[in-house]
Design a protein around this ligand. Structure first.
Ligand code: BDR
Ligand code: CA
Length: 316
């Protein structure tokens, strides 16, 4: 199996990814690091603790990271939804009880630097929020990429965007951090953008199957995804559905065939006000640009649902 560290801005889809990674027998979830993103750092940290308590994995440590982008005082603009407009797929607090425990005293960056410096096995980093923590680690010590066998990033968009006409939220929220990560020279960087996550929509009936598992994870997944469907109002197979972006990254770890990737040059806009945070993916067949990322453009929705049902169905 894989030893991984999840970096999250828990939110409803981050929560599903945390449960998947914590419960899947082929994944060793060493720790979860939190970052400012969907909601402020205090809330992403609190939500992460709630999820681990809910699935009875309080021994998995949580480390709080950056509360803002690395090179800006805040986001480069207004976000695509506001809390009280009803189209918020997250909400400040997850609809499960408050946590019993607390985050570790050590911060996420210190934890990541120490762990990457001392690990005797190659690790997989899975950032599914803004890349502020990961970028800060690399700025402290660029050689730490050598301890990472693969970084799997949820973020970006080519034909599909969300927070602006140009960009996807995770990358837009801290574009300078994304630039550091994309240009760091990781052995393998896999990007799961909106183009892929929107091809793996989860429907109301799939939520009913998850709820029917009658396990803590199945019940919570159904609740979190149901909230997303209420906010998104997307549709698949003639019924309401929503993307559950972040869990596609953890599903990929155990079944790489859940996505289809292309090896290409990936960069990010960090200057233009109009296109700030846009992931620029060089899809030209003859491009001679350095191919630094394996980018997913397709996903297998049925396989994702099968994996969720398997891992949330066993009261491990
Ligand atoms: C990303 O932003 C958040 O809304 C989700 O948690 C996901 O990581 C999608 O753009
Ligand atoms: Ca996220």
């Amino acid at each position: 199996g894989r030893s991984i560290i999840l970096d999250v801005d828990t939110g409803t889809d981050d929560a599903v990814a945390i449960m998947f990674a914590a419960l899947h027998p082929e994944i060793e979830l060493l720790a979860v690091t939190t970052v400012n993103g969907n909601v402020p750092l205090a809330d992403t940290t609190d939500n992460t603790l709630r999820v681990l308590d809910w699935i009875e994995r309080p021994e998995i440590p949580v480390f709080a990271g950056l509360s803002r982008p690395i090179a800006r005082s805040g986001f480069p603009g207004a976000r695509h939804f506001d809390r009280d407009s009803g189209n918020d797929p997250h909400g400040s607090a997850l609809p499960i009880p408050p946590p019993r425990g607390t985050a570790q005293d050590v911060g996420a960056v210190e934890y990541l630097v120490e762990t990457l410096r001392s690990t005797t096995e190659p690790l997989t980093l899975v950032p599914v929020g803004p890349l502020s923590n990961i970028a800060t680690v690399l700025t402290i010590d660029p050689s730490l990429t050598e301890a990472v066998e693969e970084v799997v990033v949820m973020g970006g968009g080519h034909a599909t965007t969300n927070v602006t006409a140009s960009a996807e939220f995770n990358i837009w929220a801290d574009p300078e951090a994304a630039n550091v990560v994309f240009s760091a020279g990781f052995r393998r960087l896999t990007l799961v953008p909106l183009d892929a996550t929107h091809r793996a929509l989860v429907t109301r009936s799939a939520c009913r199957v998850l709820e029917g598992l009658a396990t803590p994870a199945g019940i919570a997944a159904a609740r979190f995804i149901g909230r997303r469907i209420d906010a998104y109002g997307a549709s698949a197979a003639g019924e309401e559905a929503a993307p559950v972006h972040d869990v596609l990254c953890t599903a990929y770890l155990v079944r790489p065939d859940v996505i289809t990737t292309r090896h290409l040059a990936l960069t990010v806009e960090t200057a233009s006000p109009l296109t700030i945070g846009r992931t620029v993916m060089d899809t030209r067949p003859g491009s001679t640009a350095t191919r630094n990322a394996h980018v997913a453009f397709d996903a297998d929705a049925a396989l994702l649902i099968e994996l969720l049902t398997q891992v949330f169905g066993t009261d491990a």
